[in-house]
Design a protein around this ligand. Sequence first.
Ligand SMILES: CC/C=C\C/C=C\C/C=C\C/C=C\C/C=C\C/C=C\CCC(=O)SCCNC(=O)CCNC(=O)[C@H](O)C(C)(C)COP(=O)(O)OP(=O)(O)OC[C@H]1O[C@@H](n2cnc3c(N)ncnc32)[C@H](O)[C@@H]1OP(=O)(O)O
Ligand SMILES: CCCCCCCC/C=C\CCCCCCCC(=O)OC[C@@H](O)COP(=O)(O)O
Length: 395
Amino acid sequence: MIRMGILQVLKTQLLCHLIICYVFLVSGFIINLLQLCTLPLWPINKQLARKINCRLGYSISSQLVALLEWWSGTECTLYTAPESYKLYGKENAIVVLNHNFEIDFMTGWTFCERFGVLGSSKVLAKKELSFVPVIGWMWYFLEIVFCKRKWEEDRKTVVQSLRNLRDYPENFWFLLHCEGTRFTEKKHKISMEVAEKKGLPKLKYHLLPRTKGFCVTVQNLRGTVTAVYDSTLNFRNNEMPTLLGVLNGKKYHADLYVRRIPLDTIPEDESECAAWLHKLYQEKDEFQEHYRQTGRFPGAITSPPHRPWALLNWLFWVCLLVYPLCMLLLQLLLSGSTFTVVCTSVFCLAVSVGIRWMIGQTEIDKGSNYGRDANEQQLKDCHPPGQQDHAIVRS
Ligand SMILES: CC/C=C\C/C=C\C/C=C\C/C=C\C/C=C\C/C=C\CCC(=O)SCCNC(=O)CCNC(=O)[C@H](O)C(C)(C)COP(=O)(O)OP(=O)(O)OC[C@H]1O[C@@H](n2cnc3c(N)ncnc32)[C@H](O)[C@@H]1OP(=O)(O)O
Ligand SMILES: CCCCCCCC/C=C\CCCCCCCC(=O)OC[C@@H](O)COP(=O)(O)O
């Protein structure tokens, strides 16, 4: 009991956080460099280059999975039909997921890890994320599809990037947050005004889905992907988990409801496909209502087993990188040079600021203005940044 308490206190210590972030950054840069080294291989043996990059990418993303699973001890429960469960990880799929939480990307990755598709997982991500060191750079080599969320500019690149995935050598899950942005009260209000104008039923727990990305994905991955995994995520006790919470060792409990929908049941015609997606979000809203009322999703409960690889990979990097760090710090202290000590302190401060900026990318309060205006196409370019509304605090 006392040992548990000490461990819990240890997890909140700045020094631990600095070490974790140092390992993540340095290992990340090393892996980014190794990914860069695979460039000459692409024209010679593209499939081999892709497989190598999946493994290298795994070595980065699994550190965040290890942080969630092993450091914070967050539990992940899956509600799904047993006949669908058997297929997870054994086929290519499009995952449609609600976008309410700051750590839904880590939770998604954790499920990918449990089913062995973490290294190859894909997403339709906003372009801004491609500039984030380590993760954004890793994504270039994993052929992640980026969008500016301006359809006129995105159409060509998104279609081409999707087509590139047709001969991908590993099973992959392609994640789509069709809402396009994280849920906030303000964005919800505006998107429901759009729904009203379009004569669509109102949603209580979701923003109105953007249909273009989904339809174009289904169109271009038909024949490659066999199913859509309609996924609805929630955290127990109305928690709104944060990356800083996870770093502090706070334990959360994620509940994910997944329905497997065969891709050939989804209409090919674009407007029918869009209507299908709107109907799907109305159903998702009902599942959230059910969760709110009963504290659980429908369907059988499973807890897909932990695999040790994320932890082993993390321990490998810790062992490799912490010893040289200690030696360097010791040498610095022994050198007695004020100049060197000041330079090192400034460097450490800069790294801390950089990491804080990266964590900021996950924070809803620092999120984009996308979807904050029904007439956004005209306002996208002239909206003053920095005036953020607040993520909904669930009562
Ligand atoms: C067994 C286990 C199963 C599952 C496990 C779960 C998950 C694991 C899976 C994989 C993990 C992989 C990776 C995870 C890691 C990291 C992920 C992290 C984050 C990245 C996520 C993002 O970056 S989200 C943001 C970017 N992505 C998207 O936006 C995707 C959705 N968007 C679209 O598809 C859009 O259509 C678009 C981006 C392609 C184009 O957008 P654009 O805005 O330019 O055009 P649209 O035509 O779509 O929009 C205009 C139409 O919308 C109407 N409108 C206007 N204002 C609003 C409003 N406020 N709300 C709603 N609608 C609005 C407007 O009227 C237009 O209507 P039309 O009728 O003309 O279409
Ligand atoms: C091993 C531990 C390492 C601890 C240090 C972690 C440092 C941070 C690491 C990575 C941060 C970058 C990951 C970005 C993924 C965020 C995904 C996301 O949720 O993007 C939001 C986007 O969908 C919508 O944006 P808006 O709501 O429109 O705005």
